[in-house]
Every structure is written in structure tokens, then in C-alpha cells.
Design a protein around this ligand. Structure first.
Ligand code: SF4
Ligand code: SF4
Length: 69
């Protein structure tokens, strides 16, 4: 069976740069931009645990499973 893959998106205009998602992600998917906002650098590492989505206080992280190719 093919490995599941996920799209991870941060809505930058809503992100308040708290860093929670960056700290929680077990796969180090996020980096922080110069202004501290989360940026999705390694979406291919995402395992779909949705910790980031559940804990973002501003509901600006979205994780979506990609259709198998
Ligand atoms: S769903 Fe889990 S692995 Fe994927 S970016 Fe969020 S915290 Fe990281
Ligand atoms: S948890 Fe949400 S508000 Fe905090 S840095 Fe991540 S995306 Fe931004």
C-alpha cells in the first residue's frame, strides 16, 4: 500500500507566530520565518497526526490527506 501523504497549509495572515505548531510537530514539518510565523517546509514528512491543526489557537493550520496517485 502506498504511503499516505498530506498537504499542510498555514494561513499566514491569521498566524500570530506563537510557535505551538512548530514545537508540537513530531516530524519537524514547520520552520519559522523571520517574523516568527510558521512556514511549511517539509510537508512530505507529515504523518497526519493533526496535532498542529488541533492546537493552533487561531485555527490557521490545515492538514489534508492527499488522494493516492
Ligand atoms: S499533522 Fe502532525 S506531522 Fe503533520 S504537520 Fe501537523 S503536527 Fe506535523
Ligand atoms: S500554532 Fe497557529 S498561530 Fe501558532 S505559529 Fe502555528 S500556525 Fe501560527
Amino acid at each position: 500500500m502506498a504511503k499516505k501523504s498530506f498537504d499542510v497549509q498555514v494561513i499566514a495572515k491569521l498566524c500570530k507566530a506563537c510557535g505551538i505548531c512548530v514545537s508540537l510537530c513530531p516530524k519537524n514539518v514547520f520552520d519559522r520565518a523571520a517574523d516568527g510565523k510558521a512556514v511549511v517546509s517539509r510537508p512530505e514528512e507529515c504523518i497526519g497526526c493533526v496535532s498542529c491543526e488541533l492546537h493552533c489557537p487561531d485555527f490557521c493550520v490545515e492538514v489534508m490527506e492527499k488522494e493516492a496517485e
